[in-house]
Design a protein around this ligand. Structure first.
Ligand code: HEC
Length: 130
């Protein structure tokens, strides 16, 4: 009985992997942006952000992979502090698409990057600034 259960479980897990397989490759494909193009997109961010110091927005040096609201010496909104997320591809993409939709009440007053390409590229650029 027990071994039968184990086998069914393994079959279910196997099926789940088979299902998520193609999905995760699309997720990976969406992370290969062009950092050089991203540098141009970043001009839209540069009024508020740099990679050397906190400006109106936090210093974005090494932001990729960091938890939200973790740059020292920067005064975040309550919303950002409560976000409890890590800046991976998925979260950066959602945030940059429409900041105030992803994190309601963030003080980042930026309309968002509508083009997926722009988001991918600017994320690649941030990754290059680790
Ligand atoms: C009008 C100014 C402004 C612009 C333009 C702007 N940001 Fe921001 N950004 C902010 C502010 C302010 C915060 C802090 C938000 C908070 O505390 O709610 C922030 C936060 C962030 C964070 C989270 C940082 C952390 O430490 O958790 C990221 C990532 C980010 N911005 C990326 C970008 C990118 C990429 C662009 C350009 C596509 C951009 N921002 C454009 C002002 C701006």
């Amino acid at each position: 009985m027990l071994s039968f259960k184990k086998i069914t479980l393994a079959a279910i897990i196997g099926a789940a992997f088979a299902l998520t397989g193609p999905l995760s490759t699309t997720a990976m494909a969406s992370s290969d942006g062009d950092a050089a193009k991203g540098a141009k997109v970043f001009k839209k961010c540069a009024a508020c952000h740099s990679f050397t110091k906190n400006k109106f927005g936090p210093n974005l040096a090494g932001i990729y992979g960091k938890p939200a609201a973790s740059v020292k010496g920067y005064k975040y909104s309550k919303a950002m502090k409560a976000a409890n997320i890590t800046w991976n591809d998925e979260n950066l993409d959602k945030f940059l698409k429409k900041p105030k939709k992803f994190i309601k009440k963030t003080k980042m007053s930026f309309g968002g990057l509508k083009k997926e390409k722009d988001r991918k590229n600017v994320i690649a650029y941030m990754k290059s600034k680790m």
